[in-house]
Write a protein that binds this ligand. Structure first.
Ligand code: SF4
Length: 311
């Protein structure tokens, strides 16, 4: 990896793992330890925030340069030529999380039992930054995590359908980001580095029902860009194609390097996310199952009885 990008990543407090992976404890891990406040994933799916490990297997690699991304995009790579061993990545990621947690040992605000649990993460959120499916051994990585009794969430931008089709072990829950209603918006907002990004995303949506795991469509909503009411029917068509179990409309957050490309006015309020979700629910027939004001996210589900909680 380029020395300059390494410096930037370290400054952003990423722990670099091996040649292409990274860990960064999420805001909600800290909130859970210090103030018992938890992330929407705990509310929606039962994922305990203090036992969640946020990481990526492709820290500087992606097929897009989205305007709303918090990543520094000056050195974006599109492939991983020397993939690290999945067991190594998992072991080193857990170690990096533990190093972070040492800062909270003995803190009077942190419950000792909770701190000990946090040292044994139970969940991998493979979503931090970059496009994790560019790591060619991702299925083995999930297999190893599941063997250790961990659950796994993967967030993909959908431009690597072949990698998804070839995953021997899929994640516990698979998210596909659908952040543009059509190709015109896609080209301007997601700024693909590859030629056929939109076509590849369509292919991912087509194969999604056959992947054999819990599936979610994530709409990251950027005010003034992709959440106008006129886009609802187009989003509904994409959802119809992918038949996800859940849909999560979620606000773009004005953080990281996205602040250099967008303004705070592009960050929708929770009420605006809710309004979008209500309209999408009416258009698709998906039920309004839950919401989290703090995370500015709504959960829509295909059936009322769908199990939200992961067991
Ligand atoms: S796909 Fe994800 S990692 Fe890649 S540029 Fe977009 S938001 Fe950033």
């Amino acid at each position: 990896m380029d020395k300059e990008i390494l410096k930037i990543l370290r400054k952003q407090r990423y722990a670099i793992v091996g040649r292409h992976s990274g860990v960064k404890p999420c805001h909600w891990l800290r909130e859970s330890l210090l103030r018992n406040r938890t992330c929407y994933k705990q509310k929606f799916y039962g994922i305990e925030s203090h036992r969640c490990l946020q990481m990526t297997t492709a820290i500087n690699h992606c097929t897009q340069n989205c305007l709303f991304c918090w990543r520094y995009q000056g050195f974006t790579e599109t492939s991983i030529t020397e993939p690290d061993d999945p067991v190594f990545i998992l072991d080193e990621s857990i170690k990096a999380q533990r190093v972070f947690l040492t800062g909270y040992k003995g803190d009077p605000r942190v419950d000792r039992k909770k701190w000990e649990e946090a040292n044994e993460p139970k969940h991998i959120a493979c979503s931090l930054t970059g496009e994790p499916t560019l790591y060619p051994r991702l299925g083995e990585f999930f297999e190893e995590a599941h063997k250790r009794g961990m659950t796994t969430f993967l967030v993909t931008n959908g431009t690597n359908p072949d990698a998804l089709m070839n995953l021997d072990t899929p994640p516990t829950q698979l998210y596909v980001s659908v952040t543009s209603p059509n190709e015109e918006v896609y080209k301007k907002l997601n700024r693909p580095i590859i030629k056929d990004g939109w076509e590849r995303l369509q292919k991912t949506l087509e194969i999604l029902p056959s992947i054999g795991t819990r599936t979610v469509i994530r709409h990251t909503l950027v005010k003034g860009w992709n959440m106008d009411e006129k886009f609802i029917p187009e989003y509904a068509k994409l959802i119809e194609k992918a038949e996800p179990l859940f849909v999560e409309p979620k606000a773009y957050m004005f953080v990281g390097y996205s602040r250099k490309r967008l303004s705070i006015a592009n960050m929708p309020s929770f009420d605006e996310v809710r309004e979008f979700a209500r309209k999408l629910s009416e258009e698709t027939g998906y039920y309004y199952l839950d919401e989290s004001r703090d995370s500015r996210v709504v959960l829509l589900g295909r059936k009322k009885g769908d199990t939200k909680i992961i067991r």
